[in-house]
Design a protein around this ligand. Structure first.
Ligand code: COA
Length: 335
């Protein structure tokens, strides 16, 4: 395994921002379209409501608003940003949406590109950005997680439509020569189990000309084997966090906050229990937003910073997990 402690250059966390759409879809609303109930959804997932983008909202617009919040908190002018990474599975433009956020921000000196790793996307993007900073290539980066899964949910499938919502979050991180607040990380994928959760291209074909067909550029709805994804998460997430803490010489009792991808409250509780981290230290906003995919981690962190729950120098272990299958963890101090 690569040594992830090549910290000649360290990472500092300078700012955070987030955006949530206005429209609220409650469990009671969902129970009008599929056979479910508020009680069932709350008991099995911890979710009460989620936000749904309207026609004026999009990954670019939400990502832009979140990035703006992070820039303001960091007190950076957009022209000083070198790198913008957008983690998303639902870009406005399959050729890339990050450059359009770059243009909206006026970040004319930055390079911007998209990265897809589903619900692990923000973690993967954070670590990717950190590598550019650590090697001295870039100094300032905006890492954005934004998703609009509502466009791909099968609103007739009660096993999955209850879970997802839309939103965005962003962090401003900076290369730092005298200190390092990003201690270590692990990233993993297992494509052999990739069939448990998919948002795949449709097989629909049309003919261009006699006997030459092309696949229509259309995506299917999200398909999910909920039980298998649940088992995967409660097994792999504690393991990857436990190994990371050992690698970095920390114990779970040293952690101020457990910041997990917000997928299901039962997953959060099970991971917290397995790591012996008390409930008060497990950050959660699932009840209000459900699973916003690549946005959950920065959205949760931004809310916790702005409501003064997470403070300067707090030690945070975070884990993203989801389709791919993909998962991983990172250990950092805020600030
Ligand atoms: N309302 C009422 N009943 C529902 C329901 C709903 N929304 N969804 C499923 N059910 C029913 C099933 O049909 C099944 O009925 P049956 O026993 O008559 O066949 C029963 O509830 C149990 O289904 P099951 O799939 O075992 O439920 P579960 O306890 O595993 O909960 C999930 C389903 C989806 C909430 C849960 O598996 C889960 O959260 N998995 C992880 C998914 C996830 O986080 N994905 C994103 C990862 S990034």
């Amino acid at each position: 395994m690569l040594d992830t402690n090549l910290d000649k250059v360290g990472i500092a966390f300078r700012g955070s921002g987030s955006y949530i759409p206005e429209q609220i879809l409650t469990n009671a609303d969902i129970s009008k379209i599929v056979d479910t109930s508020d009680k069932w959804i709350k008991t099995r997932t911890g979710i009460s409501e989620r936000r749904i983008s309207d026609k004026n909202e999009s990954v670019c617009q939400m990502g832009y608003e979140a990035a703006l919040g992070a820039l303001e908190m960091a007190d950076w002018s957009s022209e000083t940003v070198d790198l913008i990474l957008l983690a998303t599975s639902t870009p406005n433009d399959l050729f890339g949406s990050a450059p359009s956020i770059q243009a909206k921000l006026g970040a004319k000196n930055a390079v911007a590109f998209d990265l897809t790793a589903a619900c692990s996307g923000f973690l993967f993007a954070l670590i990717t950005a950190a590598q550019y900073l650590r090697t001295g290539t870039f100094k300032r980066a905006l890492v954005i997680g934004a998703d609009q899964l509502s466009s791909f949910v099968n609103w007739g499938d009660r096993g999955s439509c209850i879970l997802f919502g839309d939103g965005a979050g962003a962090l401003a991180i900076e290369a730092c020569s005298d200190s390092n607040n990003l201690y270590g990380f692990t990233l993993k994928t297992d494509g052999y189990r990739g069939g448990f959760l998919n948002l795949s291209i449709s097989d629909d074909q049309e003919e261009i000309i006699d006997n030459i067909n092309y696949k229509k550029g259309k995506y299917r709805n999200i398909t999910m084997n909920g039980q298998e994804v649940y088992k995967f998460a409660v097994r792999e997430v504690p393991l990857v966090i436990d190994n990371l803490l050992k690698q970095e010489n920390y114990k779970s009792c040293d952690i101020d906050w457990l910041l997990l991808h917000q997928a299901n409250q039962r997953i959060l509780d099970a991971v917290g229990d397995r790591l012996d981290i008390s409930k008060e230290k497990v950050l959660t906003n699932l009840s209000n937003y459900g699973n916003t995919s690549a946005a959950t981690i920065p959205l949760m962190l931004d809310e916790s910073i702005r409501n003064k729950k997470v403070k300067q120098n707090d030690l945070i272990v975070t884990s993203g997990f989801g389709a791919g299958l993909s998962w991983g963890a990172a250990l950092f101090r805020w600030g």
